[in-house]
Design a protein around this ligand. Structure first.
Ligand code: NYM
Length: 185
């Protein structure tokens, strides 16, 4: 018996947009409707590469900007065999961040990385069937402006990231769906 390939659904957005909450809800809803569904997230901090990324994000170590970009990409690639296996088994994957975050965050850095350079290392990754962009309303963004201590968590940087996401959403080869986030997600 052949089974249908699972769907690859990605959730993207700036920090604090509520991606993790929505991923959990989506996984639950799909499971409740009888569809085998699992959640994944990037960065996946538990692998060796993920630990390097984690230490960078927590400001415990510094990494050169190109290097960390490539590590984020490598962290996706190292999970591709597992992703493919699951999708081929007919399992739907709901993924909290993917290559779009990689491109948006690196290209938002003041060094002026081109989108093209940022996109190259992720070329050939399994293509999402749908990318949901959780758009934080400006008033919500202001309320959620109290960021933690991780790298990138400043209002100025998040605004730059949002602009980069808006450029990426112009790509018609990707099926984007924008969802405006209000209170209580
Ligand atoms: N991030 C995430 C990147 O800079 N590049 C990437 O490729 C990915 C997947 O890591 N601020 C950034 C975005 C977030 C941070 O994400 C960690 P999370 O979802 O808070 O664990």
């Amino acid at each position: 018996m052949t089974c249908r390939r699972g769907a690859l659904i990605v959730l993207e957005g700036v920090d604090k947009a509520g991606k993790t909450t929505q991923c959990n809800k989506l996984v639950q809803a799909l499971q409740d409707s009888g569809r085998q569904t699992e959640m994944m997230k990037f960065p996946e901090r538990t692998t060796k590469i993920g630990q390097l990324i984690n230490s960078y994000l927590e400001n415990k170590s510094n990494l050169e900007d190109h290097t960390v970009h490539l590590l984020f990409s490598a962290n996706r690639w190292e999970l591709v065999p597992l992703m493919k296996e699951k999708l081929e088994q007919g399992i739907n994957l709901v993924v909290d961040r993917y290559a779009f975050s990689g491109v948006a965050f690196t290209s938002a850095k003041p060094q002026g990385f081109s989108l093209e350079w940022c996109m190259n290392p992720d070329m050939g990754l399994p293509k999402p069937d749908l990318v949901m962009f959780l758009q934080l309303s400006p008033s919500e963004a202001a309320q959620r402006g109290q960021f933690g201590t991780e790298r990138y968590e400043t209002t100025v940087f998040q605004k730059a990231v949002q602009q980069k996401f808006e450029l990426l959403m112009k790509d018609p080869s990707v099926k984007w769906q924008v969802r405006i986030q209000h209170s209580n997600h």
